[in-house]
Design a protein around this ligand. Structure first.
Ligand code: MF3
Ligand code: CO
Ligand code: CO
Length: 242
């Protein structure tokens, strides 16, 4: 319970940081500027950006535009009207991490792009709702994939949710697709992320030469949402709420 209280605090700070960064994204800004805003917010709360220096990752958040599935590195790229922008930001404070991400359309885009964003959020929420104690973790991806399939979206397989707490990635794996071989049983007191990535094309991916930036292989647009959740007797509780 004492560790969970600390994770609550880290998660809340991460959620507030996400709100601040996504709220300040405007056409004409660089992703480096967003990184600076996220970095300064976290430090002001007394937190450290979990990604900064994590396995050599050089920045305080991930910024993933358009066909970038995840782990984009902030740089001098200028955000354009109509871009799909995902920010993934994590706070480390008092020995624990909270991890969250969200996607917005900057300005206006065709309806099918807005639909992808809203349905990806809904897919995440359906995955979270399925996370009841006593079930196997594979129920989560089954719920996500069955929803995504209605719209013929690709469901990314090779990047997963994960246990989070005193470690940024604990070793527990939460698949976002129907993967019956993942049989870990969900227990009260577990804390993990649910962070599906959906695409307008296939789930196949490519890696940039920077060793981090993951794109769709077919360069189709992709969206992601992530919450850190706690499993309680009553079911899942979202910790990354601002
Ligand atoms: N926050 C990401 C996740 O949801 C991990 C980013 S690791 C980094 O698991 F090194 F790419 F920053
Ligand atoms: Co995560
Ligand atoms: Co994350």
């Amino acid at each position: 319970p004492e560790t969970i209280n600390r994770i609550r605090r880290a998660s809340k700070i991460a959620a507030q940081a996400l709100e601040v960064v996504l709220g300040s994204a405007k056409p004409g800004m660089t992703t480096d500027r967003l990184d600076e805003i996220g970095h300064e917010f976290l430090l002001r709360q007394g937190a450290y950006p979990s990604t900064l220096g994590y396995r050599g990752f050089p920045k305080s958040l991930c910024s993933s535009l358009n066909e970038v599935i995840c782990h984009g590195i902030p740089d001098d790229t200028v955000i354009q009207e109509g871009d799909l922008l995902n920010i993934d930001i994590s706070a480390f404070i008092d020995g624990v991490h909270g991890d969250t991400n969200g996607t917005v359309v900057v300005g206006n885009a065709p309806q099918h792009v807005h639909d992808l964003v809203e349905r990806t959020r809904e897919a995440m929420l359906r995955g979270i709702k399925a996370a009841l104690p006593g079930r196997q973790v594979n129920i989560i991806g089954r719920a996500i994939e069955s929803y995504a399939k209605r719209f013929e979206y690709g469901v990314v397989r090779d990047f997963t949710g994960h246990g989070v707490g005193t470690s940024f990635h604990s070793g527990l794996i939460i698949p976002h697709y129907d993967a019956p071989e993942h049989t870990d049983v969900i227990e009260v007191g577990m804390v993990f992320t649910v962070e599906p990535m959906l695409t307008l094309g296939s789930h196949a991916w490519d890696l940039w030469e920077d060793g981090w930036t993951v794109t769709t292989k077919d360069k189709s647009l992709t969206a992601q949402f992530e919450h850190t959740i706690l499993i309680t007797d009553n079911g899942p509780e979202i910790l990354t709420e601002a």
